[in-house]
Ligand binder design. Structure first.
Ligand SMILES: [Zn+2]
Length: 489
């Protein structure tokens, strides 16, 4: 039986009781998005996972400070410190200011969070607004002998750190392998690092680089890892309760954060490291090369060849919650449609509870059910078990409504309160009215069908007139073998 909240700590590879450093305050840092593109399916799971944690901690009475950064500089297109800055590369491509790119996609990210009913962060710091803090940390690391400058850049000295600390502890990588593999490569003289395991704290910028700042080592820009260490220390202190992120960030990003912060402040920044797993698409990893990415906004319009239809934000959210955050989750249309049915049944039950007629005695145990729901949450936020418990209540409710089971007035009230608590407050689901945009999409689909019928009947004048009228209204149709898709401008 799990009576208090227990969470899996990646650092110890163990589920452990959650004990805040200074209750009732809880400090959480979550690695936020690198804002250089529209949010896609891979961006959905993190915010939803940490939102359940956030909401449950609030319910337990904690005062939570959730810091989620916006990476608007320093995240390179590859992890070996020699790629382009992602934001700068996109800015060049789209002929916009880098800050315009960052703002545009920050707005898209916020819109997605609103649609998914994710509570806002307490602080949302931007990397570009914390250059001073990052420079201070880098200088301390150099003074302490854990970093060195080389040709206008500054690198963290992994070998030096490893003499006294366990580099690889968080990610479970073996430091001897990291160092041995890298020394060998470094002998070939491929870069300016002492060891290829070393990572950039500061990168020298040449004239063509559009985002750069002055530093003691010349003009440059910060490395991606140092921003999270500097901003978490600024807003949560040098040690805080929980650091979260996706499993894909475990190495090198989080391992580097641990090393930098430990070397600088003498302590692992977070007591508990929490990682959510990835979403796959039809059994495959999402990747640009596989062309299997789905933008979040595509789910809501259905306008993507991988989608059979449009799905609502709550449908997408409920689908995510049906898997435990540490397991992989495979996207498929079938799974989303099953989630849609499940969600509707849950939401209908909230109304059924209102209609229940009280009996003198209860034939089922509501207290036991409530206890089991909390146990599921306490057991490392086990949302699939919680949802299974909610469906047990759905079944019992229907039986009670059909007078096969019975509930006292007191138990009906209790059921009402706790059902709402779990579904709306903690899982953060909400009832959705069919939105205007969904109706518009249905009208559009109807017009596309009429146009197809007209074409089949060789009535090309009508088909063309539908297309032209839609173009005037800002809707572009595109015909292909699979059918007709549309874009709304
Ligand atoms: Zn981070």
């Amino acid at each position: 039986m799990v009576q208090e909240l227990q969470l899996y700590n990646t650092l110890h590879r163990n589920i452990e009781p959650f004990k805040p450093i200074a209750a009732p305050f809880v400090g959480i840092y979550v690695c936020g998005p690198t804002v250089y593109g529209e949010p896609h399916l891979g961006h959905v799971r993190g915010p939803i996972t940490f939102d359940i944690l956030h909401r449950y901690l609030l319910h337990l009475g904690y005062k939570v400070r959730l810091v989620r950064n916006i990476t608007d500089v320093g995240h390179l297109t590859n992890d070996s410190d020699d790629g382009d800055d992602k934001i700068a590369a996109k800015a060049k491509l789209e002929a916009l200011e880098p800050m315009e790119i960052a703002q545009m996609y920050t707005n898209s990210y916020h819109a997605m969070l609103m649609q998914l009913n994710v509570l806002p962060a307490s602080i949302e710091p931007r990397a570009s607004g914390h250059i001073v803090e990052q420079l201070e940390m880098i200088e301390t690391l150099i003074q302490k002998g854990f970093a060195y400058s080389s040709n206008g850049s500054v690198y963290f000295d992994v070998e030096k750190y490893s003499e006294t600390h366990d580099y690889g502890k968080l990610s479970g990588r073996i430091k001897e392998e990291l160092l041995a593999g890298s020394s060998r490569r470094n002998l070939e003289g491929q870069n300016e690092k002492r060891n290829t395991a070393d990572f950039a704290l500061w990168k020298k910028a040449d004239k063509s680089h559009i985002m750069q700042w002055n530093s003691p080592w010349g003009k440059g820009f910060p490395g991606w890892h140092i921003e999270c260490s500097a901003m978490s220390a600024k807003y949560l202190g040098t040690q805080f309760d929980i650091h979260g992120g996706g499993l894909d960030l475990l190495f090198p990003h989080h391992e580097s954060e641990v090393a930098q912060s430990t070397a600088c402040f003498g302590t692992n920044p977070a007591k508990l490291w929490m990682h959510h797993n990835m979403v796959t698409i039809n059994g495959q990893k999402m990747a640009k090369s596989l062309n299997n990415g789905i933008l979040v906004k595509d789910f809501f319009t259905g306008n993507n060849p991988l989608l059979d239809k449009a799905y609502s934000p709550m449908n997408l959210k409920f689908f995510i919650l049906q898997a435990h955050y540490r397991g992989t989750l495979d996207f498929s249309n079938e799974a989303l449609q099953a989630a849609e049915k499940g969600l509707n049944r849950l939401l209908e039950t909230r109304e059924t509870i209102e209609k229940l007629e009280p009996s003198a005695i209860s034939s089922w145990d509501v207290d036991k059910w409530v206890k089991e729901c909390f146990e599921a949450l306490n057991d490392d936020l086990n949302t699939p078990i919680l949802i299974a418990k909610l469906f047990e209540a759905v079944k019992q409710c229907n039986s009670t409504f059909a007078k096969i089971e019975s509930l006292s007035a007191e138990d009906i009230k209790k059921l009402q309160n706790f059902f709402s608590l779990f579904v709306f407050e903690i899982l953060g689901l909400q009832k959705e009215e069919k939105s205007q945009s969904n109706k518009e999409i249905e009208f559009l689909e109807l017009l596309i069908e009429l146009r197809r019928n007209a074409k089949e009947n060789k009535d090309f004048a009508t088909a063309d007139s539908i297309r032209n009228k839609l173009t005037e209204l800002g809707v572009t149709l595109k015909d292909s073998k699979e059918g007709t898709s549309f874009t709304i401008n």
